[in-house]
Design a protein around this ligand. Structure first.
Ligand SMILES: [Zn+2]
Length: 312
């Protein structure tokens, strides 16, 4: 009988923890807002209290191990994390701290986008695919790669980071310092900002969901903003699919929940730009795992280590 994995998903706005069975089912899950501006230990304390609450809710079961997904950048596989949207954590030794707290247990940690990709491949829209890319289009744009049925890490754990594939050589400057990266064009805040600059009228707090609602209601500026983002994502997908001979791309993340106002232009861009014969079979699908993809992917690092974990 296989034991559950304690899965942890660390993000700039929320911390989530849950228990995931060996067949990828989430049996317990809790989430809290990420405490900000009060230093690194406050976040650590909140995270461990959350994990303890999840274990208590389940009756303190024995564990197969601990899997963690966290926003990058990070030193991988050592798991020292400096998430872009979590200024309180600079080079925080997350994997080591968890290992010290749970001696004897396997603790594995990866970037959140490779975790999302593993989740989709394991139990989501990517089941059965041998050559796929997972993408998260949200506050940032990230991704992960499955080649030959296995998660590819690259030298530093960043393989698949499609956010820094160039889609517009005279486009906006990216937070990496480069020009015209997909992330600079298609990250949610950039898309909302583009819409505002072009006359979209909305409240100060309005973000991706409001923009998508406007587009669906027929607002032409909102529709153009999401069409530009979808087109940029489709252009990047076309390049990657041509390079790697992919059969599937799964797109998740907050902005991907916009639906057809994003996916329509995205698919048209792929039709226009991916013209090699072997590209004809490429499918682009929305996430099939849903809200718990981060937890399921983190658990996959332990439950399915043969496919998704090649590091020490
Ligand atoms: Zn970049």
């Amino acid at each position: 009988v296989s034991l559950p994995v304690l899965a942890i998903d660390v993000g700039g706005t929320k911390l989530a923890a849950g228990l995931v069975t060996a067949d990828g089912a989430v049996t317990v899950a809790q989430r809290i807002p990420t405490p900000t501006g009060r230093g690194p230990e406050i976040i650590w304390n909140a995270l461990t209290e959350l994990a303890d609450a999840v274990l208590a809710e389940a009756g303190s079961p024995a564990l197969q191990g601990i899997g963690v997904g966290c926003g990058g950048p990070m030193e991988w596989p050592a798991g020292r994390v400096t998430p872009l949207n979590m200024p309180d954590w600079q080079d925080f030794p997350l994997r080591e701290r968890l290992q010290k707290r749970h001696p004897g247990l396997t603790v594995r940690l990866h970037n959140d986008a490779p975790c999302f990709t593993a989740a989709e491949h394991w139990v989501g829209a990517g089941r059965g695919s041998e050559f796929m890319m997972g993408m998260v289009v949200s506050t940032g744009v990230g991704g992960g790669l499955i080649l030959g049925g296995r998660l590819v890490d690259g030298g530093t754990g960043n393989a698949g980071h499609i956010g820094h594939v160039v889609v517009d050589p005279v486009g906006p400057v990216c937070n990496c310092g480069g020009i015209g990266c997909l992330q600079a064009v298609a990250r949610g805040p950039a898309v909302v900002e583009w819409a505002r600059q072009h006359g979209w009228v909305a409240g100060a707090d309005a973000a991706g969901p409001e923009l998508a609602a406007s587009a669906r209601a027929g607002d032409p500026v909102a529709a153009s903003a999401l069409a530009l983002a979808g087109t940029a994502v489709g252009v990047a997908i076309s390049s990657v699919a041509a390079l790697l001979d992919l059969d599937l791309v799964v797109v998740g993340g907050g902005l991907a929940e916009s639906g057809e106002v994003l996916f329509g232009p995205l698919r048209r861009a792929v039709e226009r730009h991916l013209c090699v014969p072997y590209g004809k079979r490429l499918e682009v699908l929305p996430s099939g795992v849903g809200q718990h993809a981060g937890l399921v992917g983190a658990a996959a690092l332990v439950h399915r280590g043969d496919a998704y974990w090649s590091a020490g």
